[in-house]
Design a protein around this ligand. Structure first.
Ligand code: FE2
Length: 403
C-alpha cells in the first residue's frame, strides 16, 4: 500500500516545464460541436455520421478535406435537421466515391462565416474483423528537456506508421495550471499536426487541476472545454464498442492543486465519476450489450482508487458521490466490458476483475521517465485477443527502440 501511495504521488508530481502567465483559454471548439479532433467520426465510404453545430446559425454547406492533401475535397449531403440541447443536428452523408483516409471537417454558414475541425472524420473501405488499435497514455508534453518534444513526435509517428484503425489516449497531455495557457494549445497543435490516424481523448488528472493562486483562478476544466469539450464518449468500430470515461471527475474544490486537505485525502490522484456521467455510462453499456461483439473502455486512473462512498474533508467532511470500486467492477461485469485501458501510474500492469481485465500502459512521454511506449491491441473476429507493448528509451530528441 505504501508503495502504491508513493507511486500515486509520483504520478501526480511529474516534473513540469517552467511557469508562464494565465490567460483565457483559446477556443478550439466553436461552431462545430461534433465530431471533433478528439472525438472523430469513423465512417464507411457511402455512409453517414451525425454532425452537430452550435445553434443560432444557418448551415449553408459542409465538406471534408483530406488531412494529407487539403485540395482533395469531399462534399457532404446534410439531411434530417433536428434540435439537440439547443444545437442543430444533421445526418451527414459521405459519397460512395470518396477515398478512404483521415479528413478535416469544414462547415460554412449562410452569414459567410465558417468553422473547421482537424481530423474529425476517418473514412474506411470496410470495418475489419481482424485489426489493431493503439492505446497510449500520459504523454506529458513540455515536461523535462524541451528537446524531448521531438522524441514525443517520433512516438506519434511510430504509432501512426503501424496503421491502426484508431487510437485511444487515456489522459495526461501535460500539464499543470500555471502553464495550461501554453501547454493546452501546444498539445492540441501537436495532435493536429503530427497525428495521421484518428485519436480519441479522455482527460487525466493533469488536465483538470485548479490553481487559486492566480487571479482569476485557473480551472483546467475551462481549458478542457475550450479545447476538446467532450463529456460522454463512446463509439463503434464495426461491432466493437469503445467507451471513453472521464474518471478524474471532481468538484473544483477537490481538484485544487495546492489544497492540503486534498493532498491528505488524495483527491488529486483518485478516480471519481460523478452521478450524471455514471447515469450516461449505465445507459450506454445497456444499449451496447448484446449488440456489440465486444465492449472495451478507456480512462485515466486505475479502478482500485474509485472514491465514491468515502468520507473526505477535515473540516467539512462529506460523503463522495459516484461509484466505489466494487460498484464500478459490477457494472463492467454486468454488461460484458472485457477490458479497461488505463494509465496514470506510468508502468505496465494487467489485473483481473471478475470477467474484466484492467490493462495499464506505461507513459508515452513523461519527462521524468526513462522508458516510453504504447500498446498495440489486437482484435480478432470483433473481440480483443491480445497486445504488444512497443517500448523506447528517450534521450533528448532521440528515441531508441527497446526489444
Ligand atoms: Fe501521468
Amino acid at each position: 500500500m505504501v508503495k502504491r501511495v508513493a507511486a500515486m504521488l509520483a504520478a501526480v508530481c511529474v516534473a513540469m516545464a517552467a511557469a508562464s502567465v494565465s490567460a483565457e483559454p483559446a477556443a478550439r471548439v466553436k461552431d462545430i460541436r461534433s465530431p471533433l479532433l478528439n472525438s472523430p467520426a469513423l465512417v464507411l465510404r457511402g455512409g453517414e455520421f451525425k454532425l452537430v453545430v452550435a445553434g443560432g446559425k444557418q448551415v449553408a454547406r459542409a465538406e471534408l478535406s483530406a488531412t494529407a492533401d487539403a485540395t482533395a475535397k469531399v462534399p457532404l449531403s446534410l439531411a434530417g435537421e433536428g434540435e439537440e440541447n439547443g444545437r442543430a443536428a444533421f445526418s451527414a452523408s459521405v459519397p460512395q466515391g470518396a477515398a478512404a483516409g483521415l479528413y478535416d471537417l469544414s462547415v460554412f454558414f449562410t452569414d459567410g462565416s465558417s468553422d473547421s475541425q482537424p481530423h474529425a472524420v476517418k473514412l474506411f473501405d470496410e470495418f475489419k474483423k481482424d485489426f489493431h488499435f493503439i492505446h497510449f497514455t500520459d504523454m506529458h508534453f513540455n515536461t523535462g528537456d524541451p528537446e524531448q518534444n521531438e522524441a514525443r513526435a517520433k512516438i506519434i509517428r511510430s504509432m501512426c506508421d503501424s496503421k491502426p484503425e484508431f487510437i485511444v489516449f487515456s489522459g495526461d497531455l501535460g500539464l499543470r495550471p500555471a502553464t495550461y495557457d501554453a501547454d493546452y494549445p501546444f498539445a492540441y497543435e501537436q495532435l493536429a499536426s503530427r497525428m495521421t490516424e484518428p485519436v480519441f481523448l479522455v482527460p487525466g488528472n493533469h488536465e483538470m487541476y485548479v490553481d487559486n493562486n492566480f487571479t482569476p483562478s485557473i480551472d483546467g476544466l475551462d481549458y478542457w472545454n475550450a479545447t476538446f469539450d467532450v463529456k460522454n464518449m463512446a463509439f463503434d468500430y464495426g461491432s466493437l464498442r469503445v467507451v471513453g470515461i472521464n474518471n478524474f471527475e471532481w468538484e473544483a474544490n477537490f481538484r485544487d492543486w495546492w489544497n492540503i486537505d486534498n493532498a491528505f485525502f488524495g483527491t488529486q490522484g483518485l478516480a471519481r465519476i460523478m452521478p450524471e456521467q455514471w447515469k450516461w455510462l449505465v445507459a450506454d453499456l445497456k444499449s451496447a450489450k448484446g449488440r456489440a461483439s465486444d465492449i472495451v473502455a478507456f480512462m485515466h486512473v486505475p479502478l482500485d482508487t474509485f472514491a465514491g462512498g468515502r468520507m473526505i474533508g477535515l473540516k467539512d467532511r462529506q460523503k463522495i458521490s459516484g461509484p466505489d470500486k466494487e460498484r464500478f467492477v459490477a457494472l463492467m461485469n454486468e454488461f460484458g466490458v472485457s477490458h479497461v485501458f488505463v494509465g496514470h501510474m506510468h508502468w505496465n500492469e494487467e489485473k483481473q476483475y471478475g470477467n474484466m481485465k484492467q490493462i495499464m500502459t506505461l507513459t508515452a512521454g513523461s519527462g521524468g521517465d526513462k522508458k516510453w511506449g504504447y500498446r498495440k491491441v489486437y482484435v480478432k473476429d470483433g473481440k480483443v485477443t491480445g497486445w504488444d507493448i512497443v517500448t523506447f528509451a528517450p534521450n533528448g530528441a532521440e528515441l531508441t527502440p527497446i526489444d
